[in-house]
Unconditional design. Structure first.
Length: 130
């Protein structure tokens, strides 16, 4: 598959109708959403945080890190969004996917544990009022 452009749109809330080829970014909800770039039409939700995806906006384009691995979708698509471009990555074997998921869970647990009790409590309280 060849690389294609993906535009971005900063929004207060993710719209009901999602357009293909658009990455919707809600800073308030720390979430980016788009339709799977393979064309299957499934919605891809990428939470933005230290332990999930990171979004980089250079003033013109956006990038997400790490890659988007839709391994639970029938299409099993895998791609990067870099500088407003969709860059396709290769398919992965089930063993590789399992290993990546285990590593992700471990990083998430370590990230949560490295945050102080006070920081987690303050983040929770702030979330109640947004």
């Amino acid at each position: 598959m060849k690389n294609k452009q993906i535009k971005h749109e900063f929004v207060d809330a993710i719209p009901e109708a999602i357009e293909p080829g658009t990455l919707y970014v809600s800073v308030e909800f720390a979430t980016a959403v788009h339709l799977c770039e393979c064309g299957c039409g499934l919605e891809v939700v990428t939470p933005l945080s230290r332990t999930d995806w990171k979004l980089v906006y250079d003033g013109e384009t956006v990038s997400l890190h790490p890659s988007i691995g839709n391994w639970s979708f029938p299409c099993r698509s895998h791609y990067w969004i870099r500088d407003g471009q969709v860059q396709w990555a290769g398919d992965m074997h089930n063993q590789q996917i399992t290993q990546i998921r285990q590593t992700d869970r471990k990083k998430k647990t370590e990230g949560i544990e490295s945050t102080s009790w006070l920081q987690r409590t303050w983040a929770f309280v702030r979330g109640l009022f947004h």
